[in-house]
Every structure is written in structure tokens, then in C-alpha cells.
Design a protein around this ligand. Structure first.
Ligand code: TXA
Ligand code: MG
Length: 325
């Protein structure tokens, strides 16, 4: 494995690896992805293998823009409106598979829909352009672990599984893309993420919330939305308004309880964008020997707070299942 600066040359090298069916980890604005050629069944199988991911949990295909997406999915007017507002960016659309779509059947786990998004990170875009094909990419972590927002997180968990990691620095959004199902009569939010519910509804009107949203329960429609996801090794306690001496505190806002063994503040000014960007790296930093438990202060359930609270609930869940992505 090598961690490389993204240059014209290293991106070209990465694209060659992808066209040869090899895997490359690359930055997106949300989290790092573990990429493979979305049209190559063996490359896609290698992604599942490297992550230790159950094969019934489908992958997102990454493209440059809406024009490219139309080759792979049955596009719609709603998709058009959303892409005009959010692409490139942290919104994944689930649409019916286009007839003759070359996207690997394994990538979609046999579903008749395809999850597709156009990332805004310039390195992701350069890689997709150079590869000349859609790139299937889940978050570049072992299945069930915390998503990577820095190249070194990828190196720690998948370093031995991937020949090249393109280092684009820390991810600016920090939580995964919003997954919105447009194959249903009413668009349905399958996973809250970097594009907020409020911003989506401002474009297309009211959307349905999958039952996974409030409770974090497993959903049939979004197989990746199982409870225990993004799990740190240490137990996580939510809605903490005070702390114990053996706890590490993930704080939010200006007023922080004292007495924790170690404290990281997601955003001292209570800015949800800053909190999302810091979430996974601070969870990792608190998940370390000497800390008995991770206590997390309450986060407002608006805007990016939906995605942050969703990931925190999963981090706190200990449901004994092993269905992770
Ligand atoms: O921000 C992101 O979305 C990152 C970056 C790398 O793009 N990717 C990511 O992928 O988070 P992953 O595999 O960790 O999560 C993809 C989610 C899963 O919950 C999966 O179940 C859902 O998207 N998904 C994929 N295809 C689907 C489909 N056809 N129908 C419903 N849900 C789907
Ligand atoms: Mg993931």
C-alpha cells in the first residue's frame, strides 16, 4: 500500500489500477471511499472482500454528473431538480436501473435500483474522469467501523488491502452522503447525510422518512441501515449532561461539563457543519485505552444534526448483529 499526494501522475496511475480491476482509496467531500470499477464484477467483489462487508448491502456508484448518471439509471424530473441543486455534492439518489445498465449486479446486491452520486471533491472528480467509468465506492473502513475522514484512517484499517490511497487531506463535510430513494411514489430519506432534509424539501417538497431514521432500526429498503454501525470499541453514552472521571467527553457548544478524562469539542460555537466535519475523527480520538466510555452531549435534531445524531445512535447501539457497512 502507498499513500500518495494526488497529482496528475498519481491520479493517472490510480485510474490505471481501477481499469485493471484493482482498488484505490480516494477522498470525497464526505468521507474517503474504497473505489473499484462499478462495471467489473470482480473489482466489486474485491471491495466487499476488503471491507468484510455482507454482499446484500449495495454500493453507491460515483459519476461526474447527471449526463453520466443517465447512462446507468432511469432518470426522472425529480432527479433532475435535485441534481441541479445538489450535484456535485453529498446527495445519493436511488433510481431504477436503466435497461442494459453496465453497473455490476453485485454492486446493487441484486436490487432493481442503483444508488448514484456525483461527488464534488476535485480528486474524486479527476479520478472518475481519468478512469472513464463509474466508480463503486463504500466508505473506506472495515465493515462496522467508523468511516474514515483522513487518509491515515484508511491506512490504519485497510492499509493491507488496497494498493493505493490518494491523500486529499481531511474531508470537509465529514459525514456520508444523504441517501434518497426516488424509486418510491414519495421520495424517501433512507440515510440522513451531508445534504439536509430541509434543503431537499425546499427543492422537491415533503419527503418520507424511512422508519430507520428515528429509531435506527434495520430497514429492508436500505440494507446498510442497521443499528450497530460506526461502532467505536468503547461504549458510547448519549445525551450526556454530566461526565464521570473515566469517561471521554464528546462535547458540543460553549457550555461543557467538567471532570472528563479527556474532552474534544465538536464545535465550541455550536456550528453543526463544523461538528459534522469533526465527528468521526474525534470519535476515533476518544476511542482509546484508558477511556472507560465515551459520553456525548446532546446535539440539536435539525439540519446536519439529523446525520450526526443518526451516526451517534449507531455508535451507541449494541444490538449484537453484525450487519455493517
Ligand atoms: O458519502 C458517501 O456516501 C460515501 C462516499 C464514499 O461516497 N459512501 C458511503 O457508502 O457511505 P456506503 O457503502 O458506506 O453506504 C451506502 C449506503 C448504504 O446504506 C447502502 O445500503 C445504501 O447506501 N444503498 C446503496 N445502494 C442502494 C440501493 N440500491 N437501494 C437502497 N439503498 C442503497
Ligand atoms: Mg459505510
Amino acid at each position: 500500500m502507498k499513500v500518495v499526494e494526488p497529482t496528475a501522475q498519481s491520479v493517472a496511475e490510480a485510474a490505471t489500477l481501477l481499469r485493471d480491476g484493482k482498488l484505490v482509496a480516494f477522498p470525497t467531500e464526505t468521507v474517503y471511499g474504497l473505489g473499484g470499477d462499478a462495471t467489473n464484477e470482480r473489482a466489486v467483489a474485491a471491495i466487499f472482500e476488503a471491507k468484510g462487508r455482507p454482499q446484500f448491502n449495495p454500493l453507491i456508484s460515483h459519476v461526474l454528473d447527471a449526463a453520466a448518471a443517465r447512462q446507468f439509471v432511469r432518470w426522472s424530473e425529480t432527479a433532475d431538480k435535485l441534481a441541479a441543486r445538489f450535484w456535485p455534492g453529498p446527495l445519493t439518489l436511488v433510481l431504477p436501473r436503466a435497461e442494459g445498465s453496465p453497473i455490476s449486479l453485485l454492486a446493487t446486491a441484486g436490487l432493481d435500483t442503483v444508488a448514484i452520486r456525483a461527488p464534488s471533491h476535485p480528486v474524486a472528480q479527476a479520478l472518475i474522469r481519468a478512469a472513464g467509468r463509474p466508480i463503486a465506492a463504500p466508505s473506506a473502513n472495515r465493515s462496522g467501523a467508523i468511516s474514515p475522514t483522513r487518509a491515515e484512517h484508511v491506512a490504519e484499517s485497510l492499509g493491507d488491502k488496497v494498493p493505493m490511497i490518494l491523500d486529499g487531506g481531511p474531508c470537509l463535510v465529514g459525514v456520508e452522503s444523504t441517501v434518497l430513494d426516488l424509486s418510491t411514489a414519495t421520495p424517501t430519506l433512507l440515510r440522513p447525510g451531508g445534504a439536509t432534509r430541509e434543503a431537499i424539501e425546499a427543492v422537491i417538497g415533503p419527503i418520507a422518512l424511512s422508519h430507520a431514521i428515528p429509531t435506527g432500526e434495520a430497514s429492508h429498503k436500505s440494507p446498510g441501515q442497521m443499528q450497530s454501525h460506526y461502532a467505536p470499541e468503547r461504549p458510547v453514552r448519549l445525551e450526556a449532561t454530566s461526565v464521570a472521571a473515566d469517561e471521554g467527553l464528546l462535547a458540543f457548544g460553549p457550555t461543557v461539563p467538567t471532570g472528563a478524562m479527556l474532552t474534544y469539542n465538536l464545535s465550541p460555537t455550536a456550528d453543526l457543519g463544523e461538528a459534522a466535519a469533526n465527528l468521526f475523527s474525534m470519535l476515533r480520538a476518544l476511542d482509546r485505552p484508558g477511556i472507560g466510555r465515551i459520553a456525548v452531549m446532546p446535539i440539536p435534531q435539525t439540519g446536519l444534526g439529523l446525520a450526526i445524531n443518526d451516526r451517534l445512535r449507531r455508535a451507541a447501539a449494541d444490538d449484537g448483529t453484525n450487519q455493517r457497512g
